[in-house]
Write a protein that binds this ligand. Sequence first.
Ligand code: ZN
Length: 127
Amino acid sequence: MLWSKRLGLNQPKTKKKVIEVGVWGPLASFMLGRNWGAVTIPLPFVCFILYWLESESETVWWPGLRVHEYQHVFQDEKNLCFVVTAIKYMYAHIVDGGYKKNRYEIEADLEADKAEDADWIGYEWAL
Ligand SMILES: [Zn+2]
């Protein structure tokens, strides 16, 4: 596919299949310009994680980003259906006061920090 490639990375155990894709090009540049590293898109039987890359040759530069995004996968798995995940996320986005204060983002950031503090022990899949 144009400006994207499927990443063959080690993955933690998940209920849904997770497809990790590296994306570069104009959309990725736009996202990186806003300090967004990736996005997790939960669908009925699969979760996509898109990582915004500077170029085709770049890889995911920080394992904590993968831990963060997988936390969103695990958040989605707690819900009956991906629509519930989307509604709860948007609700939190409004009630909590935006992206940085969104409880799901804070939880994902804490998990990434926890992994880094543990020197990635227990998170070897992310390295
Ligand atoms: Zn996030």
